[in-house]
Unconditional design. Structure first.
Length: 421
């Protein structure tokens, strides 16, 4: 302690207020007693103020070792100390020479943690620091790797300036995702740890450019092994899309929501490039700011299968969910999915339920299922004519249209391949 005091006195003699502040932060950082908290706060504030007024000071402060103790203070139980430290780091992070050093010293993760604070000033200072760090290409990959994009998107920020700062940070990250950064992220998505793979896939779904969307989420890559994601009979798809679909099947509600929003974002990007389908209208402000979007009349397991079909072109339809999935496929004009549902339902037609199946086909314009019902009625006439619900063709409720349908179906009996579509 005496050595530090003597060094401190020598620097004071030089008359440097800047060095005074820097040595003070070094001196107090090694002392864990509560009496030093006030000194640490004042010193961090001083460094932030010096960095805000003089660009040269930003570089000198970092070069003389202020960053590690400032990052350590971000994890202090003292809220004011954390705020002053985030304030200083935020000003230092605006200089390009300091951005890589702050991230390399471990500054990204504790700053992201502060975004979860209920203290508006603390949130804002942390967000401002992250905005500065995102200006560095190397930091962008690190920010995505530790889940920074998800924290920025999901954060509940108290002040409007903080929300604006976060939006600018995400925009800055989006602009950096190209060239070397995109190549590194693609590598992490293929070869990184499972959590890292998922974070990168979710971030790229939201932030990659429409031009890169095809390569990352649509094109196959024969060099990759997908068996760890899907059963062997599943269609081969890109790693990015496989990861999103895997997250969609998670039992964690947040993971499901993240994946569904990412898939919807991909669909919007794909439609913007399509010459056939117009892009959906822009959401109203209330929709754009909403954290969750409800889809009426569709259960989660039905939505999950819809997403799998949309992005892979295939899905296994079982009888337990086939009718609900048929209703959803008709609502969203997914004709291929509708045919798969019709085929699954047609396998379960019986004497007892054929009338209900026919009504189902009429309700959802399921022509293949309707034809299958009519053919079944023709084949099982002797058993059906004694059923209490059966109506003779000459009965007053039997329409000319229904007679015509039976005649047409008798002339053309669809085979199993046609029912499958």
């Amino acid at each position: 302690m005496c050595f530090h005091s003597r060094s401190y006195e020598n620097e004071v003699e030089k008359g440097s207020a800047f060095t005074l502040g820097l040595l003070a932060i070094k001196l107090t950082a090694i002392n864990n007693s509560s009496c030093c908290s006030e000194s640490q706060r004042e010193t961090a504030l001083l460094l932030g103020q010096l960095a805000a007024t003089d660009s040269d000071c930003k570089v000198h402060i970092v070069q003389r070792g202020a960053v590690p103790p400032l990052i350590e203070m971000l994890q202090s139980p003292d809220a004011q100390l954390m705020e002053m430290s985030a304030f200083a780091l935020g000003r230092l992070a605006q200089d390009p020479h300091n951005q890589a050093g702050i991230a390399h010293s471990g500054g990204i993760t504790p700053l992201l943690k502060l975004l979860e604070s209920k203290n508006g000033s603390l949130q804002h200072n942390a967000a401002f620091a992250l905005y500065g760090l995102a200006d560095n290409e190397d930091n962008v990959a690190d920010l995505i790797r530790v889940g920074g994009v998800q924290k920025l998107q999901d954060g509940e920020f108290i002040f409007q300036p903080t929300r604006d700062c976060v939006a600018k940070t995400l925009k800055r990250v989006e602009e950096k995702i190209n060239g070397r950064v995109l190549s590194h992220l693609s590598y992490l998505m293929r070869m990184g740890e499972r959590n890292v793979q998922r974070r990168v896939a979710l971030a790229l779904a939201h932030l990659c450019s429409p031009d890169d969307h095809q390569t990352i989420f649509v094109d196959n890559n024969d060099d990759l092994d997908y068996n760890f994601l899907f059963p062997p009979h599943s269609p081969r798809i890109s790693t990015g899309l496989a990861l999103l679909l895997q997250i969609l099947e998670s039992t964690d509600a947040k993971h499901q929501r993240d994946s569904s929003m990412a898939l919807c974002r991909l669909a919007n990007k794909a439609s913007s490039l399509s010459s056939i389908d117009a892009a959906p209208p822009s959401p109203i402000p209330q929709e754009r700011d909403a954290k969750d979007r409800e889809i009426p009349n569709i259960r989660w397991d039905v939505f999950e299968l819809m997403m799998r079909y949309i992005y892979t072109g295939s899905v296994d339809v079982n009888l337990e969910i086939a009718q609900d999935l048929l209703r959803a496929a008709d609502q969203y004009l997914l004709e291929g999915l509708k045919r798969l549902c019709e085929y699954a339902i047609a396998q379960d037609i019986s004497v007892e339920n054929v009338s209900l199946m026919f009504e189902l086909s009429e309700a959802f314009s399921a022509s293949n299922l309707r034809d299958a019902c009519i053919l079944y009625i023709l084949d099982k006439y002797s058993k059906l004519c004694v059923m209490p619900w059966y109506v003779l063709a000459d009965g007053p409720s039997y329409s000319t249209r229904d007679k015509k349908l039976i005649c047409e179906s008798a002339d053309h009996r669809p085979n199993h391949a046609e029912l499958r579509g």
